[in-house]
Design a protein around this ligand. Structure first.
Ligand code: MRU
Length: 363
């Protein structure tokens, strides 16, 4: 099952409500782009590529909702929708990347009428979602090549099907290694405060029958020091041009510990997560979330009422701690300023070639 899809019967965007997993599977539907923005903010849907797809579908919804009779007035409504959507979560660049892609399309497409333009935007959102799955499989194949048979993999947060449209980024690499016949085992960080590891990664791996063990976040260092970890894998919400990586808070500590213990550490990202406009991780906005995510676990208070809290959702891992960055164009190695740019260019060239093949097939 995909994480998010278009429900053509009801003309709604439908998604798995990730706040309820692993206890309940509910599939809410959305007919209003503002409600999708709220769902991104409250983490009904989360994970960088998944919120990118949600942003694209929400832009298609905004086009359907708009009463505009001309392209110019539709563009004004789409720009307003983009502003609301991009503000829903600031760190993952995939969101603004996806909303921009739909806005650019609305600007450039030449079509006879507004209904055709609206249909083209929906088709573009569907294409973006399909491409995400394809990209994850390519990343998985490249990444799995460096995962050894018998590896113990330490994984942070949730980077699986749920964090993307399907298959996943870092968990996609795990899945690909298993598909290649490698016997791997995953140490699953519970990932406080929202427990994406305990709730989501554990659920996905158990569904697939992939051997795993859940650990408290602060057990990772001991496991590394005692030789029980062969490789550390995590995703990213934004990668700066120099290879600094913003990912779920706690990733930085893991990367430093990995280097201290001589363990390779990779971030696994689609090139849409690479933001060449930012020279380093110091420029990546770090989302700060509500205090109750820290003071409460599963709705139960674990801290005194009114305690002061700082709830940073992400941290930045400086590039010197990363062995490589796995992308759908291959594994990027230092110097990342060169290899990431090459990967971005290769991805863009591949998409251009696929588009002209499909145009040729249609004509
Ligand atoms: O706050 P979340 O759950 O959206 O954070 C998600 C992560 O940090 C993932 O590691 C990241 O989005 C990359 S996974 C595809």
């Amino acid at each position: 099952m995909r994480t998010i899809w278009w429900n053509s019967n009801n003309r709604t965007v439908q998604m798995i409500d990730q706040r309820l997993l692993p206890h309940r599977l509910e599939l809410p539907e959305f007919a209003d782009y503002r409600a999708v923005a709220a769902a991104i903010h409250n983490m009904t849907i989360r994970g960088a590529p998944a919120i990118g797809a949600a942003g694209a579908y929400a832009m298609a919804l905004a086009a359907l909702q708009s009463p505009a009779q001309t392209r110019d007035s539709l563009l004004i409504d789409l720009q307003a929708a983009k502003t609301v959507l991009d503000a829903a979560r600031p760190t993952a660049v995939n969101l603004s990347w996806a909303t921009q892609r739909l806005l650019d399309l609305a600007y450039h497409l030449v079509l006879p009428n507004m209904d055709d333009l609206r249909s083209a935007l929906l088709a573009a959102a569907e294409r973006l979602a399909d491409e995400d799955v394809e990209i994850n499989r390519r990343m998985g194949a490249f990444g799995a090549a460096v995962i050894l048979d018998g590896a113990n993999i330490l994984h942070h947060c949730n980077t699986g099907s749920l964090a993307a449209v399907d298959y996943g980024t870092a968990l996609g690499v795990v899945r690909a290694a298993v598909e290649q016949g490698k016997k791997v085992h995953v140490w699953v960080d519970e990932t406080r405060p929202r427990l994406q590891g305990a709730r989501l990664t554990a659920w996905e791996l158990m569904q697939d029958g992939i051997p795993m063990t859940l650990i408290a976040d602060n057990a990772a260092g001991h496991l590394m020091r005692t030789g029980k970890v062969d490789v550390v894998l995590f995703g990213a919400d934004r990668v700066a041009a120099n290879g600094d990586v913003a990912n779920k808070v706690g990733s930085y500590s893991l990367a430093v510990l990995a280097q201290e213990n001589g363990i390779p550490c990779y971030s696994v990202v689609p090139t849409s997560t690479v933001d060449l406009n930012l020279p380093s991780g110091d420029h990546i906005p770090i989302e700060e979330r509500a205090a109750d995510e820290v003071t409460h676990v599963g709705g139960v208070a674990v801290a005194p009422a009114q305690v002061p809290v700082l709830n940073l959702a992400f941290d930045v891992t400086p590039h010197r701690y990363l062995t490589g960055i796995m992308t759908e164009e291959g594994i990027c190695y230092p110097p990342f300023t060169v290899s990431l740019r090459q990967a971005k260019e290769a991805a863009e060239a591949r998409i251009r070639a696929a588009r002209s093949r499909s145009r040729a097939a249609r004509s």
